[in-house]
Design a protein around this ligand. Structure first.
Ligand code: ZN
Length: 147
């Protein structure tokens, strides 16, 4: 997996149209912010990761270097599971006119490694329309092209 500092430009997936900012690209040898993320935001992150929109093909497995080995392949919340490790999450932020790209592993980092993503990302997660909705597609377009 690749390390990016939070909110740094992420060219990993070569999306010039989206110019996404990286969030949650953690590696064990880089320190990261820790803290509590409220349950509602974690739930929303979980919902978005059920079937996240993907602009490109499968680009490889992300493992968790804090766990050693591969790390978990699922996160369970209230008896339900989402698969993590292969997909990325794109979150539009209309307030800052940008798009965030987070590995699906971010849900595991928040729940099991006490990772605290930047507040502006969490706010964008809470405001994110449901995956697959027209509102999501419109928000992505507006966030990527700016005001
Ligand atoms: Zn881990």
């Amino acid at each position: 997996m690749t390390w990016f500092e939070d909110l740094s430009p992420c060219d990993y997936h070569r999306h010039p149209a989206l110019a996404p900012l990286a969030v949650g690209w953690l590696e064990a040898d880089h320190p990261f912010e820790t803290g509590d993320v409220d349950a509602r935001t974690v739930q929303q992150l979980f919902e978005l990761l059920r079937d996240p929109w993907q602009p490109s093909l499968f680009l490889g497995w992300h493992d968790c270097s804090m766990c050693g080995g591969e790390g978990p392949s699922h996160v369970e919340l209230a008896g339900e599971q989402v698969a993590i490790g292969t997909r990325n999450l794109f979150v539009p932020d209309l307030q800052h006119a940008c798009v965030y790209i987070a590995p699906s592993m971010i849900l595991h980092y928040v729940r099991d490694h006490h990772y605290a993503p930047p507040e502006r990302f969490l706010a964008a997660v809470r405001a994110c329309p449901p995956m697959g909705s027209t509102a999501y597609a419109q928000a992505m377009k507006r966030a990527a092209t700016g005001p």
